[in-house]
Design a protein around this ligand. Structure first.
Ligand SMILES: Cc1cc2nc3c(=O)[nH]c(=O)nc-3n(C[C@H](O)[C@H](O)[C@H](O)COP(=O)(O)O)c2cc1C
Length: 202
């Protein structure tokens, strides 16, 4: 069995380019055979809570022996397990205010955890535990921001995923969704080909 974990974060269900990309990816992944499964975490359907003080005590091993677990900790455990068990990861990520949706940041705050997805190793360095595995980020933005100093989406995701051992995520971008000079049909064809290449390489 080969499991792809797909994390959706567009607040929109209608007209969403990242959801359209995720649909294309899903069809391509399933077309590889019945051994290729998909698990979906839809952060718009069920937005993660922000981490709270009690949950942080549990994350960092500071909770007393009788301190009850929190609902947030239980969600975190389930998401960490899904992340660790997955063979490949895909994130559908709209650009919101130069960065990622806050729901995805809240999910990352639940899965980037000491002793679960990163550890301190002998020389005091930190090492990721969630990789290696292939990762894909399907992003969409109204304007054109890739490789500019205003892009806080791609550099942040590269750093955050790399920190837990998921190096070199591939980015497939649908930029310029609000621009008249970007032809959506041309872009869609390019996206289909790029997603196909990623799926074949997995
Ligand atoms: C709250 C919000 C903030 C946005 N901020 C930006 C931005 O900073 N830069 C940009 O190019 N587009 C921005 N957009 C436009 C979206 O990135 C664009 O509509 C994209 O297609 C959204 O992804 P989706 O189609 O999957 O929902 C923003 C949209 C919303 C709703």
């Amino acid at each position: 069995m080969k499991t792809l974990l797909l994390v959706q974060s567009s607040a929109r269900s209608e007209g969403s380019r990242t959801r359209e990309m995720a649909e294309i990816l899903t069809a391509q992944w399933r077309a590889r055979g019945s051994h290729c499964q998909i698990q979906v975490v839809d952060l718009a359907d069920a937005p993660p809570p922000h981490v709270d003080a009690a949950t942080i005590r549990h994350f960092f091993g500071l909770a007393g022996p009788d301190e009850p677990t929190t609902a947030s900790l239980e969600l975190s455990e389930a998401w960490v397990e899904q992340l660790l068990q997955a063979d490949a990861l895909a994130f559908a990520v709209p650009m919101y205010n130069f960065s990622l949706p806050s729901t995805l940041k809240a999910w990352l705050d639940h899965v980037i955890r000491p002793r679960r997805t990163f550890v301190k190793v002998a020389d005091g360095q930190l090492e990721g535990l969630a990789g290696p595995k292939p990762a894909l980020v399907m992003s969409a933005s109204g304007g054109l921001f890739a490789d500019t100093s205003l892009d806080h989406l791609r550099p942040y995701l590269k750093t955050a995923l790399g920190f837990i051992g998921i190096d070199s995520p591939q980015f497939v971008d649908w930029e310029g969704t609000a621009r008249a000079d970007v032809d959506p049909e041309v872009r869609r064809r390019q996206v289909v080909a790029q997603l196909h290449d990623w799926v074949q390489a997995c």
